[in-house]
Design a protein around this ligand. Sequence first.
Ligand code: HEM
Length: 160
Amino acid sequence: MTNNIIIFIHLMAAAIAIGSMIFAVVLLLPSMKKLPEHKGPEEHSTSYKSLELLAPTVFACLLALIGTGIYFLLENYTAQVELKPGYYDLFGVKLVCVVAAFFLSIYQTFNLRTRIADLDLSPENRKLVPETIEQMKKITKLTLTAFSLALFFGIWMARY
Ligand code: HEM
């Protein structure tokens, strides 16, 4: 039962992170370009709002994935001796993807996002918004790639 709950949380976190990244950078933002240009403060634009929310969401999901992944390993440590050789090779490759996603997500949440946060308090940062939004879109695409690879190796591990 514990395993089912852990894997349920693991999969929900992966689904929320990957789903929201796909929704934002593949579906929503490209279709927003076809609409009339946004007038008014930058912080009221859809791209600003969606990326501002996306970055911490993905980071929180990643923390949940790391927590549940480690908990799964601890919970099943006695069964780990019966695993086929090669299981930990897949795990190693998966962790490389997770580490990449982790640093990209940290950069996105704690550097790029904070650069353009609280524009009412620091209006001089308004000029950074268009460039930072473009950078955030690029970083989100890279994070999405790392997440998708980790997802693939996770599924492979579970069926190995
Ligand atoms: C981007 C982050 C991650 C994604 C997208 C991801 C995705 C997945 C997926 C889809 C599965 C398959 C579940 C199943 O079908 O039963 C899985 C299993 C697993 N993941 Fe992750 N995972 C991530 C991070 C982590 C981390 C950081 C750890 C460990 C520290 C971890 C450890 C595991 C373990 C131990 C399993 C179970 C494999 C088995 O059943 O033998 N995962 N993961």
